[in-house]
Design a protein around this ligand. Structure first.
Ligand code: ACO
Length: 428
């Protein structure tokens, strides 16, 4: 096996090199502290691999994304969100019988416990739906104490069905509460996306006619968000799960991690940014200059990615879906025009080229959500619904890992040295 040598003072140690199936290499430092007393420092985990995973392959230099080996372009073209969920969680495409069973389980767990509806009365009307969704998902552990054993296959199985099935209901209820409309119960004869749109937009006195164009576009968007290997929210789910904490609590933490503007909250920020540019008269250069100004904290939202240093393959697909949806629905969206121009200007700008900043998955997704009449603060919630199978697959892989360990990073302490306690009367 290939090794790397680390020389420190007079000592040299050999470190094994691990190689993945696509040729990526990592230096195994698991014995480093034992043999040298030292740790590694890697803020933001830019160079640190935390696990071996067989779920998603991502090559940021070439813009490649594979779910269980299958290119994202083929999955988006041919699959559905529920089939993709099965693929990610169980490692293979289901045969007809497996898929029917899985789908049936999802469709029959869509209702939430009646008592859980009371939570919604406790939140302020303007509560952000990400906070509501995370809280209600976490609270599912209180309703299903019979399925919390992380080493019990049946417990895990039923928790998987409940989470995928109930998150759209939980999400739609948070929206209904915010606009003062009654909750709409799920309808199990509708497919996954139609059902979500029905719960969002139907009212007891009028059924919402779901457009097949919109529900298909939503399905593709959920597929594109379904997994993205060890990103911030997924790493959060794994870290929480590494204390052998149940799936509901682990995913609830993941939803909070996703909420931040540098992660899943970016799609909300993109639309807000495009709106500001539009309302301000469309002066793109002003915002490009602001983004480039070291003294200005402004960033071009929807641009840049920790891993992709080339086009994000998902953003290419989303851009096509966006064009398609707006054309088919006959919507003229001025924000799309701003986005297209912004992309054109940024991609010719030396700053963006040099730093390899390209549009990411969030740049166009908000425009599609807007065309679907989804309110802006629900954009990250749709990301969470999409990411659910990825979080579950990663959590399950961690629990089944033979080398399972609680996650516990180290640090270099930079606080005061050992200091005696000063009594109050002697303090300045
Ligand atoms: N606009 C302007 N400059 C940027 C942007 C941007 N959107 N993104 C990165 N840069 C610059 C940084 O200022 C930095 O410049 P410097 O080297 O001169 O200091 C350089 O590019 C590298 O940026 P980092 O923040 O170090 O890159 P990192 O990998 O840590 O961050 C991130 C990636 C958080 C996505 C960043 O590009 C960003 O903030 N983008 C905007 C928010 C966004 O769209 N997030 C969604 C990400 S995709 C997702 O989660 C689904």
């Amino acid at each position: 096996m290939e090794t790397a040598k680390l020389t420190w003072k007079e000592k040299t140690i050999d470190l094994q090199i691990e190689e993945g199936v696509m040729g990526e290499k990592g230096i195994d430092i698991s014995t480093l502290r034992k043999s040298t007393g030292m740790i590694t420092m890697d803020p933001g985990f830019v160079n640190t691999g935390a696990c071996k995973s067989a779920i998603t392959y991502l090559n940021g230099e070439e813009g490649i994304l594979l779910y269980r080996g299958i290119p994202i372009e083929q999955i988006a073209e041919n699959s559905t969100f529920l089939e993709t969920s099965y693929l990610l969680i169980y490692g293979k495409l289901p045969n007809q019988k497996e898929f029917d069973e899985f789908e049936d389980n999802i469709y029959h767990h869509t209702m939430i416990h009646e008592s859980a509806k009371a939570f919604y009365d406790g939140f302020p009307t303007n509560a952000h739906p990400m906070a509501v969704c995370s809280a209600v998902v976490g609270a599912m552990a209180t309703f299903y104490p019979d399925s919390l054993d992380v080493r019990n296959e049946r417990h895990v199985e039923i928790s998987i069905h409940r989470l995928i099935a109930k998150l759209p209901t939980i999400a739609a209820y948070s929206y209904k509460k915010s606009i003062g409309q009654p909750f709409i119960y799920p309808c199990n004869t509708l497919d996954y996306c139609n059902n979500f749109l029905h719960m969002m937009f139907s009212v007891p006195c009028e059924q919402y006619p779901v457009s097949p164009v919109i529900s298909k576009a939503l399905d593709v968007l959920l597929i594109l968000h379904a997994d993205h290997e060890q990103n911030c929210s997924t790493s959060t789910v794994r870290l929480v799960g590494s204390s052998m904490c149940n799936l509901f609590a682990s995913v609830s933490a993941g939803i909070y991690a996703l909420w931040g503007p540098l992660h899943g909250g970016a799609n909300q920020q993109v639309i807000e940014m495009l709106r500001t540019i539009y309302d301000g008269g469309g002066d793109l250069q002003k915002y490009i200059d602001k983004a480039k100004d070291k003294n200005d904290p402004f960033r071009l939202m929807g641009f840049g990615h920790r891993v992709y240093k080339n086009f994000d393959p998902r953003s290419r697909i989303i851009k096509k879906v966006c064009d398609d949806v707006l054309n088919k629905l006959g919507i003229h969206e001025p924000l799309l025009e701003i986005a297209l121009k912004l992309e054109e200007v940024a991609l010719k700008d030396e700053y963006f080229l040099e730093k390899k900043l390209y549009p990411n998955v969030d740049f166009y997704s908000g425009i599609i959500y807007k065309a679907m009449n989804i309110p802006i603060n629900m954009f990250p919630v749709l990301f969470a619904i999409g990411r659910m199978p990825g979080w579950i697959a990663q959590w399950k892989e961690l629990q089944e890992d033979k080398g399972f360990k609680i996650g516990r990073p180290r640090q270099i302490y930079v606080g005061p040295p050992k200091t005696d306690y000063t009594p109050m009367e002697e303090r300045k």
